[in-house]
Design a protein around this ligand. Structure first.
Ligand code: E4P
Length: 217
């Protein structure tokens, strides 16, 4: 499973990259705003800065909601850097734009996916990635992981190439369960990746090893 970090914070991206297990980055307009990145030029520059830190794919989201606007923005984003994947919302115009980008060799991430039907449409349009938001489903008492399992089944039934990018991951159990189900990618905060390191028996075991070493050295 690929690990993406879901942030526009350059320090956190560097930290995840330094760990050596980072495969890409996802951003969205809210994450950019959180970092105070405003204005078209600054936003574009920030995407390039992210691409220069990581080796893998970087999702950059379009703001337009009409077909022509999405195509114009998406083409501009894709030209910025070869690592850019154009993030397009799951709306009618978005599906048309994904199909256009697919036909023109531009990679896409279909975002804001909350149902198996939406994921099926994204795959039919040729999306590179589909992003089901599992945390936001959990927030409204709907099982986000069940959606990942449904999409896995549907994509495997028909051999769709679209990669399942489990998004809105909030914690380590989301990561582990997505891996068990067979999501291709997960994107979450740095804490969801670093949390995988933690086990009290690792900490107590290491403490004991070091104490025993000190006794004889
Ligand atoms: C995915 O690409 C989104 O940026 C993200 O995962 C949304 O997560 P949130 O629900 O924690 O905002």
């Amino acid at each position: 499973m690929k690990f993406f970090i879901d942030t526009a914070n350059l320090d956190q991206i560097r930290e995840a990259q330094d760990l050596g297990v980072l495969d890409g980055v996802t951003t969205n307009p809210s994450l950019m705003a959180k970092e105070g990145i405003t204005g078209r030029n600054n936003i574009l520059k920030h995407y390039i800065a992210i691409c220069n830190i990581v080796d893998g794919d970087v999702s950059a989201e379009v703001i337009a909601t009409d077909f022509e606007g999405m195509v114009k923005e998406g083409e501009e984003l894709a030209e910025l850097h070869e690592q850019i994947v154009v993030k397009v919302p799951m709306i009618k115009e978005g599906v048309k734009a994904i199909k256009y980008f697919t036909d023109h060799g531009i990679r896409t991430n279909c975002t804001l996916v909350f149902s198996a039907g939406q994921a099926l449409l994204a795959a039919k349009a040729g999306a590179t990635y589909v992003s089901p938001f599992i945390g936001r489903l959990d927030d409204i008492s709907t099982d986000g992981l069940e959606l990942i399992a449904d999409i896995r089944l549907i994509y495997d039934n028909y051999g769709f190439d679209t990669q399942i990018l489990a998004a809105s991951v909030r914690h380590t159990m989301h990561v582990i369960n997505c891996a068990k189900i067979g999501a291709d990618v997960m994107t979450g905060p740095l804490s969801s990746i670093e949390g995988l390191l933690k086990h009290p028996l690792t900490d107590s075991g290491l403490k004991q090893f070091l104490e025993d070493y000190k006794k004889g050295n």
